[in-house]
Ligand binder design. Structure first.
Ligand SMILES: NC(=O)C1=CN([C@@H]2O[C@H](COP(=O)(O)OP(=O)(O)OC[C@H]3O[C@@H](n4cnc5c(N)ncnc54)[C@H](OP(=O)(O)O)[C@@H]3O)[C@@H](O)[C@H]2O)C=CC1
Ligand SMILES: O=C(O)[C@@H]1CCC=N1
Length: 286
């Protein structure tokens, strides 16, 4: 087992039990980086969802408003995994329950370390992260920034946590929004491209099953080519593109829709939206 995949022995509480929390827990349990008995997943109301998570992964679950403060108070690691709109209230309630060295790991888009600490009302050790849902199959890409209060051991825990489910990239906090534009939200752009490719195939007479198989293999193969050959995507694209051939015709059509600049604008808008969400949370501090 590499250092990044060292077993985490401390109990971990996921405060929010939605898609991102599940993606991380699934990956961690699959990689045996945590014992299911050490993981607790909390939500607000959805009992059926908690039952499903308990059955699938063997984790502890709760949505009992009376039990929640005790669970959170006793947890040395709390992963904040609710939607940004629910975070301010949760953090305000959480602050008084924490010990000085409770590690807060946030996956919440836009929520800055400063705003988290202001809402908690204390200078807590915080890891602000931006993972993605591919963590569920061990192919996540997580960006991380640390607050200055974090200890070396806590950094190691966070690296183990996300290193077990994919790659880890530590960046300055101001770069987390643009990183969200690439890897946090990025899977959705690729899925959208795949949807469009499959729709085109179906319109052209292939079966949905054939389109799915061909599209998946094409995307998988292209990503692996970039990874394994070490070549630039532009160089690999050139190898597919015969002069005046069919690929060139397709790429010219994409360019008529300003494909390249549209993707850049989409990533920039994603980053901007993350900042807007963060600003809204900051304004909520009274
Ligand atoms: N989905 C993604 O691809 C990614 C998401 N993120 C971030 O992850 C966070 C969660 O997103 P996602 O998993 O998609 O969201 P979901 O809507 O799937 O899940 C949100 C969870 O938070 C719970 N929750 C909300 N408020 C509270 C509360 N006060 N106490 C306890 N639990 C609460 C909800 O419980 P209930 O259902 O009972 O209300 C639900 O379990 C977001 O902040 C997002 O920015 C980051 C990277 C990628
Ligand atoms: O759409 C969102 O706001 C979150 C952040 C990154 C992926 N999903």
């Amino acid at each position: 087992m590499s250092q990044q995949q060292a077993m985490i022995s401390e109990p971990i509480t996921f405060y929010g039990a939605g898609s991102m929390a599940e993606a991380i827990v699934k990956g961690l349990i699959h990689k045996s980086v945590v014992h299911a008995a050490n993981v607790t997943m909390l939500n607000r109301s959805n009992a059926r969802r908690l039952d499903e998570l308990r059955q699938k992964y063997g984790v502890n679950v709760s949505n009992d408003a009376e039990a929640l403060p005790g669970i959170l108070r006793n947890s040395p690691i709390i992963v904040l995994a609710m939607k940004p709109k629910d975070a301010a209230e949760a953090l305000k309630n959480l602050g008084p329950l924490l010990s000085e060295d409770t590690l807060i790991v946030s996956v919440i888009a836009g929520l800055t370390i400063r705003t988290m600490q202001d809402l908690l009302g204390r200078k807590q050790p915080v890891a602000r992260t931006m993972p993605n849902t591919s963590s569920s199959i061990g192919l996540g890409a997580t960006g991380i920034s640390y607050s200055k209060e974090i200890s070396g051991k806590q950094r190691q825990i966070v690296t183990s946590l996300f290193g077990a489910v994919g790659t880890v990239t530590v960046v300055e906090e101001e770069k987390l929004e643009i990183l969200t534009g690439i890897s946090g939200s990025g899977p959705a752009y690729i899925y959208y491209m795949m949807e469009a490719m499959m729709a085109a195939g179906i319109r052209g007479g292939l079966t949905p099953q054939q389109c799915r198989e061909l599209t998946v293999q094409t995307v998988l193969g292209a990503a692996r080519m970039v990874q394994l050959t070490g070549e630039e995507p532009a160089a690999l694209r050139a190898k597919v593109t015969s002069p005046n051939g069919s690929t060139q015709a397709a790429l010219e059509t994409l360019d008529k829709g300003d494909f390249f600049e549209t993707v850049i604008a989409a990533v920039a808008r994603c980053a901007e939206r993350s900042k807007e969400m963060g600003a809204a949370l900051k304004e909520g501090i009274s």
